[in-house]
Design a protein around this ligand. Structure first.
Ligand code: SF4
Ligand code: SF4
Length: 394
């Protein structure tokens, strides 16, 4: 019997050199000697899609070895990065011409640098993108986490991606152990939703079916920021998994506390996937009320329940073509209810995962926590990068 291929996300490190306002991961790095080894990566199952992420994955000097190993078991690999390590990214793409690269850019120059906290971050990210375009790398795109501070840049960034013929991926604010954050929340939902509406209309106006489905994804983001039930079921841990730098296999990156199905350093994949612990995690996924809408959990759901987004796309293309009707945020009942005062901002806030009294869990190992007793996480990582870059120059 053919083995069913999975969709996997490999978090190769929790180290990060950025200082994003919506994510505290940079304060909570993993210790390099504890991070996923090639031996553990060899134990991963066959995958039809693998996302390599962090932290910042290019901090790992052995990333090319990881990618080489993952190509033996994965049909497609996409790496999410903040784009800082230009030379490393270019070199990797030269070796692996099919690898996908998604650079997160959080707005136009000023906004991006404010949110990301990386000196000259926009120019670095953008020049990495341009170099990849110049070398005609086929699978390049950028991603943006839409929030109050950058929503006004959304359509402009989309247009920029379009000019460069690149993918444009969006997300919005989430809270979880992965982001070491529990206080993220959209403050001006109406303003942000209006910007998404413009983006959706641009996407629906294009000739690309892929973009029409992206429009549906963004429609789902409006639904998410208004705290509503997901438009599609969440099936994480059924044919999808995440693995963290410590080898812990998890359903996703959206839970409040880290959910663990097993550990790949200590167990085989089969043992973990068929374990009672994994079944219990799947049970909790079935009843999870966090309603995340992140591409990692939505993309597999859009493929699995293709009829739902397809109907939405057909309806909206039809309305556009025959009735000249544009997509409107007021198609969603919750948005109408909010506008007409039937539900208040405070009531909507309660539907979100934001919890200002909660101390976010960081999912770190005891050893990584120990390293943070005398030094700040960001200082540890900065020193590490300085050392690495000196070595690179030699
Ligand atoms: S969002 Fe990404 S780049 Fe920003 S601090 Fe978190 S891990 Fe780093
Ligand atoms: S909704 Fe899905 S992706 Fe989000 S925390 Fe729950 S199980 Fe994870």
């Amino acid at each position: 019997m053919a083995v069913k291929k999975l969709n996997g996300t490999v978090i190769v490190t929790y180290r990060c050199n950025a200082r994003c306002t919506m994510c505290n991961r940079y304060k909570c790095p993993s210790k390099p000697d504890e991070e996923l080894s090639i031996e553990t990566i060899k134990k991963l199952p066959k995958m039809y899609f693998t996302n390599i992420t962090g932290g910042e994955p290019f901090i790992r000097e052995d990333l090319p070895d990881i990618v080489r190993e993952l190509y033996k078991k994965s049909d497609r690999i996409v790496i999410s990065t903040n784009g800082f390590f230009t030379d490393r990214i270019i070199k990797l793409c030269e070796e692996f011409p099919n690898v996908g690269i998604r650079i997160s850019i959080e707005g136009l120059e000023e906004t991006n640098n404010k949110i990301r906290g990386l000196e000259d971050g926009f120019n670095k990210g953008y020049s990495t993108l341009k170099k990849l375009v110049e070398m005609k790398h086929p699978d390049v795109g950028f991603g943006m986490t839409v929030q109050d501070a950058n929503a006004k840049d959304l359509v402009e960034l989309y247009k920029l991606s379009d000019e460069l013929n690149m993918e444009f991926a969006t997300a919005s604010l989430h809270n979880s152990f992965y982001f070491v954050e529990s206080k993220n929340i959209i403050k001006d939902r109406m303003m942000v939703a209006k910007e998404f509406e413009k983006l959706i209309n641009n996407l629906l106006n294009s000739n690309s079916p892929k973009k029409w489905f992206r429009a549906y994804f963004n429609h789902g983001l409006i639904n998410y920021i208004f705290g509503q039930k997901r438009l599609l079921p969440c099936d994480m841990a059924f044919d999808t998994f995440f693995i963290d730098p410590y080898g812990d296999v998890m359903p996703c990156n959206g839970t409040k506390e880290k959910e663990v199905m097993g550990n790949l350093n200590e167990q085989s994949w089969e043992e973990i996937w068929k374990s009672e612990k994994a079944e219990k995690v799947r049970e909790r996924v079935r009843h999870c009320d966090r309603q995340c809408w992140m591409i990692g959990s939505v993309s597999p759901a859009m493929h699995k329940y293709i009829g739902i987004p397809a109907l939405w796309v057909i309806k909206h293309k039809f309305l556009r073509f025959y009735k000249k009707n544009k997509y409107s945020i007021f198609e969603s009942k919750i948005v109408r209810d909010y506008k007409e005062g039937r539900i208040t901002k405070e009531e909507l806030d309660k539907c979100s995962t934001c919890d200002i009294n909660c101390e976010a869990n960081d999912g770190l190992s005891d050893n990584s926590k120990e390293a943070l007793k005398n030094k700040k996480g960001e200082d540890i990582v900065d020193e590490d990068i300085k050392r690495q870059l000196k070595k690179d120059i030699k």
